[in-house]
Design a protein around this ligand. Structure first.
Ligand code: HAM
Length: 435
């Protein structure tokens, strides 16, 4: 038998398509989330938190069995009871489930938002991951286009406060159920003539869900679709009027948009208004945010008839776009205000207390921990990016004083200054304000 231990030294790596967000980036994420959440607060949306795992049938019944998400991309597993569970691929289905289960839609209107990880087994590439983060909002109980304008306006506000550039809004109408029924029969009749030239997936969808064929990425199918009847010519008067009214609201709000008649969404629950915010500079995965109206989903999942409209935004894409544009929010400061250097056992004892006091008063403080010469500690203080160093040595302990040295800016050449311990808070506050 070999004496070698039965372990491999090869490190375990993360799952393909699932990324770590390291400390150099998390502060940007927090700043971005703060802006988005502040805009949602100002529009009076309230946060909903739901589990990241749901029963598989929830997604099959809402997103649509024929969609790529449900047919190819979900992380499905059986738990120890043999129940089929799924890591959520999006948040809308869970929001509806939670709303029905907790009576949120009963005689009430709701403005809700959520943020968290979603999972889709897609081919990873720039802006497309297998675990990604969506920040979304859903409004329940309004059938009118003013709620759509409100949501598009709050998104516009987020992008403007984040100083995100080169992002534009595309909208379309998929029509109400009457419009889609009329369109469906015209489309099916047209596509039947080309049935043998369609790709396999589209042939399968011809009977089950012909509208999904319009979303095909296969070139030969796209060529056939190019001459297919257009949904726009089958829109009912009510749907047309709804869409026109939304366009008017957007003009009033000064939000520019294009009407993209080719815009169909990859999920089945939508009717009437759909939209995407696109950043063309970003490459293939250019949609930073997408959504639309889904008036049948609540009743389809067992609730009472409740009109609904919402969006979800991919935060990995949003943060990456802001970084690529060198937006000011990506340059936010995470350096300490102060670094505390100490020498000797009693000085160390006073240093921990000094950090406690300064942190209590709102300063960001890095304490030197462990051994280290003065020279070595000053090197670390400099590397930390702190503006000030506080030094506590034997001398300072004996005199109940602290030395202060400016590390940044013009004053960094000046000598360190002794201050009384009792005056530290005032002196530090004034000094940081003057830097
Ligand atoms: P969705 O278009 O599937 O819609 O996703 C919304 C956004 O999530 C996309 O525009 C994109 O920014 C981001 N996203 C989607 N997949 C990935 C991925 N694999 N990697 C990185 N980011 C991704 C929905 O999920 C609907 N629930 C939106 C909605 C809410 N409709 C009504 N309410």
């Amino acid at each position: 038998m070999s004496n070698k231990p039965n372990v491999t030294s090869k490190p375990v790596q993360a799952i393909k398509g699932m990324k770590d967000t390291l400390p150099d980036a998390t502060h940007i994420w927090r700043a971005v989330e703060q802006v988005c959440q502040s805009v949602l607060d100002r529009h009076n949306y309230r946060e909903l938190r739901v589990p990241i795992i749901e029963k598989t049938q929830l997604f099959a019944r809402s997103i649509g069995a024929d969609t790529d998400i449900v047919s190819k991309e979900m992380y499905i597993f059986n738990d120890r009871n043999g129940d089929s569970l799924t890591l959520r691929p999006e948040g809308t289905a869970s929001a509806v489930r939670a709303g029905i289960e907790n009576g949120l839609f009963y005689n009430q209107q709701q403005r809700l938002w959520y943020c968290g990880p979603m999972f889709r087994h897609e081919r990873p590439q720039k802006g497309r991951y297998r675990q990604f983060t969506q920040l979304g909002a859903e409004a329940y109980g309004w059938a009118t286009p003013d709620i759509e304008a409100e949501i598009l306006s709050l998104l516009d506000r987020m992008f403007s406060e984040l100083q995100l550039e080169k992002t534009h809004l595309e909208i379309n109408s998929l029509g109400d159920s009457d419009s889609r029924l009329a369109f469906r029969s015209a489309l099916t009749a047209y596509l039947r003539d080309y049935a043998d030239q369609l790709d396999i997936d589209s042939q399968r969808r011809l009977d089950s869900n012909p509208l999904r064929i319009l979303d095909s990425k296969v070139a030969s199918t796209q060529a056939i679709i190019a001459n297919a009847p257009s949904l726009q010519t089958y829109l009912s008067d009510a749907s047309k009027q709804h869409f026109d009214q939304l366009c008017e609201h957007l003009s009033t709000l000064n939000i520019s948009f294009t009407h993209n008649t080719q815009l169909v969404r990859g999920l089945d629950y939508y009717n009437d208004t759909v939209f995407e915010w696109i950043n063309e500079d970003f490459g293939a995965q250019s949609a930073v945010c997408a959504g639309g109206r889904y008036d049948s989903l609540v009743s389809q999942l067992g609730g009472s008839q409740t009109p609904a409209f919402g969006f979800a935004m991919g935060l990995e894409r949003l943060v990456q776009m802001l970084i690529e544009q060198n937006a000011p929010i990506t340059r936010c400061n995470t350096k300490p205000d102060l670094f505390i250097v100490s020498m000797g056992p009693e000085a160390r004892n006073q240093a921990v207390a000094m950090q406690q006091l300064l942190c209590q008063n709102g300063f960001r403080v890095q304490l030197h921990c462990g051994e280290g010469t003065m020279k070595n500690q000053f090197k670390r203080a400099d590397k930390s990016g702190a503006k000030l160093a506080l030094i506590i040595g034997e001398d300072e302990v004996a005199k109940a004083q602290v030395s202060m040295k400016v590390l940044r800016g013009e004053q960094c050449e000046s000598a360190q200054k002794m201050i009384e311990q009792k005056d530290v808070m005032n002196v530090v506050t004034n000094c940081l304000e003057s830097l």
